[in-house]
Design a binder for this molecule. Structure first.
Ligand code: UT7
Length: 326
């Protein structure tokens, strides 16, 4: 079986920044509360004209440039998102057209905050089977479009952004060494958007009740996130036959600095081996890991041969890990 490796990464966030101080003027919150409870200082916000495909397109262009790959070489485009431009057609098709990726198949994948790792795993499988050679995985979110700006428990958390990676075949023992995907739909209602789907289509009443916005029982999600991400990391490392001490860097989903630090502590990883950038982006769901990965690569925190683990947790619930030899 062929292995798969990442040959280029890119990311993008809309230019407008919303700070904690700005939020103090919108809801009953404080800069101190947000920093202490989450670690977030500011987040990027898409304007009225910008949708998920616009953000994802820019990240994809940057990844293609990084990989020195022409869009016409792409065999497949996967977009991980919970904020597609439309219910259908797929955001991946919109990006495929605008990139000019004429021979690429395209589909969206919805695994909430674990979407990027789910996408990497699917792409890895297509490469292993020999069906495709060049795959673009994008995770793009415009979460602020489904944020309730009157709910202080959630509106301080989320931001917009995208990250992308190009995958190509690699020799065995190189690139993605393991991937581990899990789900538990038993807790579907702890993190969700209640209306706008086929269960509760849009009505005047659903809009009046603000049911088209994200709802989260943060406290319960917090505990399960720590437990699940720790488990995913341990299982991913076991599958890759890698010891924790050999890891160069842990990049988790960026939801809350306290969650990330708790996972790192359970794994016995020192802070210098943990990458955090949620202070500047907030929680960008599926986009958070590739946004952090791209930043870490560009800052020289990940070098050729380094062992990196990506770990995610999100609505569904879904959780996942991927161990990569860079
Ligand atoms: O991305 C998918 C995965 N998502 C996550 O992993 C998120 C997991 N959850 C969390 O990160 C945290 O639970 C939150 C950051 C969402 C909340 O932090 P918390 O420490 O769990 O706070 P809490 O919900 O227990 O609320 C503590 C207090 C409450 O007041 P009382 O009842 O103690 O008087 C809240 O009403 O903080 C209050 N509160 C706020 N105060 C100021 C809640 N939101 C705010 C706010 N500003 N924005």
């Amino acid at each position: 079986m062929r292995s798969a490796k990442i040959v280029g990464v890119g990311s993008y966030a809309p230019p407008k920044v919303l700070t904690n101080k700005d939020l103090e003027k919108m809801v009953d919150t404080s800069n101190e509360w947000i920093i202490e409870r989450t670690g977030i200082r500011e987040r990027h916000i898409a304007d009225d004209k910008t949708a998920t495909s616009d953000i994802g397109l820019e990240a994809a262009r940057r990844a293609l440039e990084d990989a020195r790959i022409n869009p016409e070489e792409l065999d497949l485009i996967i977009v991980a998102t919970v904020t597609p431009d439309f219910i259908f057609p797929a955001t991946a098709c919109l990006i495929q057209d605008r990139l000019g990726a004429k021979k690429a198949a395209a589909f969206d994948l919805e695994a909430a905050c674990s979407g990027f790792i789910y996408g990497l795993s699917v792409a890895r499988g297509f490469i292993a089977s020999g069906e495709y050679d060049t795959i673009l995985v994008i995770a793009s979110e415009a979460l602020t479009k489904i944020t309730d700006w009157e709910d202080r428990a959630t509106c301080v958390l989320f931001g917009d952004g995208a990250g992308a990676a190009i995958l190509k075949p690699a020799e065995e023992g190189q690139g993605i060494l393991s991937s581990y995907l899990r789900a538990d739909g038993g807790n579907w209602d702890l993190l969700r958007v209640p209306a706008g789907g086929s269960r509760l289509p849009a009505t005047h009443d659903s809009i009046d009740k603000r049911l088209h916005y994200m709802k989260m029982e943060g406290n319960k999600v917090f505990k399960i996130a720590v437990q699940s991400m720790t488990e995913a990391a341990i299982e991913g490392l076991k599958r890759a036959k890698i010891k924790i001490k050999d890891l160069s860097l842990l990049i988790t989903h960026q939801a809350n600095a306290r969650i990330i630090n708790a996972v790192a502590k359970r794994l016995g990883l020192p802070p210098e081996k943990v990458y955090i950038n949620l202070d500047r982006y907030g929680n960008t769901s599926a986009a958070s890991i590739p946004l952090a990965l791209d930043e870490a690569v560009k800052k020289g925190k990940i070098k050729k041969g380094d062992l990196v683990i990506l770990v995610a947790f999100g609505g569904g619930f879904t959780w996942a890990s991927a161990v990569i030899k860079w």
